[in-house]
Design a protein around this ligand. Structure first.
Ligand code: ATP
Ligand code: MG
Length: 200
């Protein structure tokens, strides 16, 4: 399974609908400082529910909505809503139809060779709302997370390596690095279960 494309609408610096295609094996994105490269990664984290607000370099969820006066002191009113859709190519069958149907809570998920996960954030006068969709069906964050976990994509995992993570890993102790390897290999889960069993 891999990302085919992402579609951003009013997400961070992307103040218009932007489609970003990805290749199956390797895609690099280059551009000057501040041009929005990291915002694209933030968009993936946002849509797939992989990070908290701080992890997307924002203080609150509504900071992720495009703000025309973000870098100035003007007070131009911006849009009230942002969304990101991640289009996953599942033609290798990494996720079975039954798993998608189960997560979506509906049979009406179309052809699961393509799986779309979309998230919207909307602000009102005094509140904000966040919505997730799986192949067009309204779902909860836990539905998205449970489904992606079955394809090995989790918030604790190292599917996304952020700026600074590599230096962080180099500066770790051998023990701390071992914990990461355990996490990637999928054995950390058993260590936690073993510790729980001993506690009982
Ligand atoms: P670098 O090469 O320095 O890592 P980058 O290409 O990764 O740069 P980003 O961090 O993705 O750049 O983009 C930063 C830009 O996004 C800043 O100019 C910032 O003002 C803008 N930005 C962030 N949030 C918003 C928002 N809500 N509305 C408008 N612009 C925003
Ligand atoms: Mg960056």
């Amino acid at each position: 399974m891999y990302i085919d494309e992402i579609v951003l609408e009013n997400f961070k610096s992307f103040g218009r609908t932007t489609r970003i295609p990805f290749y199956e094996d390797f895609t690099t994105i280059s551009g000057p400082n501040g041009s929005g490269k990291s915002n694209i990664i933030d968009a993936v984290l946002f849509a797939l529910g992989l990070a908290r607000t701080r992890g997307m370099r924002a203080e609150k969820l509504t900071d992720l909505i495009y703000n025309p006066s973000h870098d100035g002191d003007g007070e131009t009113a911006g849009p009230r809503e942002a969304s990101v859709e991640v289009v996953l190519n599942n033609s290798d069958g990494a996720l079975a139809r039954s798993q998608v149907v189960n997560a979506a809570g509906s049979d009406d998920v179309g052809d699961v060779e393509t799986i779309t996960v979309k998230r919207r954030v909307k602000r009102t006068e005094d509140n904000y709302y966040s919505y997730y969709y799986l192949n067009g069906r309204s779902v909860n964050l836990s539905d998205v997370q449970d489904l992606l976990a079955q394809a090995g994509v989790t918030p604790e995992g190292y599917n996304v390596v952020m700026q600074g993570d590599v230096t962080g890993i180099i500066n770790m102790t051998a023990g701390e690095r071992r914990e990461i390897i355990d996490e990637i290999a999928g054995v950390a889960e058993f260590d936690a279960k073993k510790a729980d069993a001993y506690d009982e």
